[in-house]
Design a protein around this ligand. Sequence first.
Ligand SMILES: Nc1ncnc2c1ncn2[C@@H]1O[C@H](COP(=O)(O)OP(=O)(O)OP(=O)(O)O)[C@@H](O)[C@H]1O
Length: 426
Amino acid sequence: MTVIQVENLGKKYTIGHQKGTRYQTLRDTLAHTGRGIVQRLRHPLSPNREIVDLEEIWALRDVNFEIKQGERVGIIGRNGAGKSTLLKILSRITHPTTGRVTLNGRVASLLEVGTGFHPELSGRENIYLNGAILGMTRQEIKRKFDEIVAFAEVEKFLDTPVKHYSSGMYVRLAFAVAAHLEPEILLVDEVLAVGDAQFQKKCLGKMDEVAQEGRTVFFVSHNMGAIGSLCNKVILLENGQISDNGETTVVITRYLAESIQNKSERLERLRYSGYGKQIRFSQIMLLSEDGNNVQFGEPIRYKLTLHADITFENLSIGSSIFDLSGICIGTLFTKETFSISEQQPLILELCIMNITLAPGTYYAGFSIGWGGADGRHDLDMIIGTPLFQILSFSSKNMIVSRWQTNWGSIVFCHATLSILERGIPK
Ligand SMILES: Nc1ncnc2c1ncn2[C@@H]1O[C@H](COP(=O)(O)OP(=O)(O)OP(=O)(O)O)[C@@H](O)[C@H]1O
């Protein structure tokens, strides 16, 4: 059954450029907590700010898609791609300029701090208010009440007006309410970023549960790990338009590969700030037939070109490999050391052997420095290139031809299984 149908959706904003102001993103809003919102409402554009120019922005344009019941949909895209605008339209906070949205079911959304919360009312009263908005009876809300309070961890503050809550408490309660009041469609924006890591994990678990119950979850995030673990489908927005829509790993891989590729055109952009002052990498390449792919089980070889402004001795290379969610899979510091002379480029080959990295997409990071794992001082550090694929491989005793991402990034190739004891039948 189709629960969300979006047709020719477009949203146009007209903005006036003034000196000293700019449009605030959701993240800005969150950073300033609920108080910031109130202040901005009380102080709309002050009269002495002169509007210089009017500009039209299409935050969304010609957006079409259909979501079936029980789908867990991730919305990804760069800053300003239109993700929050899409969620605001779906939750009827904003009206579209063109097109239409058809929703089939009760919607609960968690978009901005305090959406649906009344600041003067207590946590308890807001839970009932939100339940009522969602069309639940008092009895139904009562049944869910304790679960909501326990999940949000706000027992002690239940009778305090929510305007006194910290932004973390606000979000915890808002999430608990949205997820527990049995919406048929749950819309969640990045707001989870406000909570701590443990709470984020709890929220992801809860969203998973909601989806398992056959409800539809719509989730905007910049965290590819979270999108990857929760969503079975991903929509990629680019400049207000859908540029990809499909199976999670396929869309995420394409998106990350492109953004890393774009960045790695210039090594400078991947350099950690403050590094590379007197010695630096000037080129980093994967040595393989096509420069992009390595067969499973084959060594990974890099060509590193270094430049130095003064002579250095006893240097070593540090190198790590990351998966596409940014998790570091492993690191090495070379035992071999080298020296480099002033203004004389040095070209090195780094070879990592016996690496049983699972088929998939990865990227590397490198450092030049002194010392190793027991104490390291780095002089240059670049993370994000090269991006490469480990290609699958099939043989009789290996099962890496159809490797599943949830099996992890390392294939344990060398293992033994032996029978220690066999029970004698009674
Ligand atoms: N209320 C508004 N007034 C004017 N312009 C807006 C408004 N809301 C959004 N925009 C503009 O619309 C475009 C899309 O913004 P939106 O917040 O939907 O992007 P996003 O993908 O959610 O970004 P982010 O990842 O930074 O949250 C941006 O260019 C933004 O500046």
